[in-house]
Write a protein that binds this ligand. Sequence first.
Ligand SMILES: Nc1ncnc2c1ncn2[C@@H]1O[C@H](COP(=O)(O)OP(=O)(O)OP(=O)(O)O)[C@@H](O)[C@H]1O
Ligand SMILES: [Mg+2]
Length: 277
Amino acid sequence: MLEPLVSVNCLRHVYPDRTEVSLCGLEMEVNPGEIVAVLAANGAGKTTLLQHITGMLRPVEGSVRVFGLDPYEDFERVRPRLGVVFQNPAEQIIGPTVGEDIAFGMGHLKLSRQEQDARVEAILQRLGISHLKDKVPHYLSGGEVKKVALAGALVTGPELLVLDEPFSQLDMAAIKSLVSLLRSVSREDRTAIIFTSHQLEPAALLADTVYVLNGGQVAAWGKPVEVFQQQAVLEKSGLQAPDLFRLVALLQQGGLEIHADLDVEKVAAEILAAVGG
Ligand SMILES: Nc1ncnc2c1ncn2[C@@H]1O[C@H](COP(=O)(O)OP(=O)(O)OP(=O)(O)O)[C@@H](O)[C@H]1O
Ligand SMILES: [Mg+2]
């Protein structure tokens, strides 16, 4: 078996004001090609966890390994292999124009000017934002800022993409197109992805594996369809199972022999078969 790209084991962080954030109870892993979601309520420590993975914070206790290295100690070796989008991506867009900002992230690759330009054009096109190339980042809409930051994270061809709340502020159409883009990045480029979310439905569309955090512990983990059936655990963790899972649970309690699924059409077909037959 291949070594995990990321492993987090009983991490504890103490901020200068003594706020303590911990993540224990289970080793969290991201394997090559895997898409992992970290689901938890506001303030549970999702961003803190990602900042350890990206080497911006160092744990007081526990271990974080990325590509087999310590991301804080070996920042210079780990960081170029990552693509990162912050929870507030406006903070990471620093170029005077969108195109220049995206090119900026490739500085360490030592590419020719033409190669850089070609890569910028290609990534803008892939994200459907070629028209924003010469725009001043300050005037972008919230959804556009997210896309530009993602373009900057993808343009280097990272082995691991780290996304903090990629779905917040996006409308339904934007969520769907982001899910299909990230799926293609994962499939075609073999980029592993770890992302956080407090919204379970979009996370379920994308993730192979989800981890639910609560009170400094991993409260549940597994495939989305398995974890979303653990309604009591989700509620204790300040999250709510998607409506489709709650409906299936109620119908199961009422005696219908149906299975939970992420696909509404499949569930509808099972319900119709159960009541009709
Ligand atoms: N720089 C900091 N100094 C002090 N406390 C902090 C700092 N950053 C985060 N915290 C605290 O650490 C805890 C975890 O915060 P974190 O931002 O990791 O949560 P989160 O799960 O990402 O929340 P959200 O869903 O709101 O983004 C919170 O109690 C927060 O107040
Ligand atoms: Mg956060």
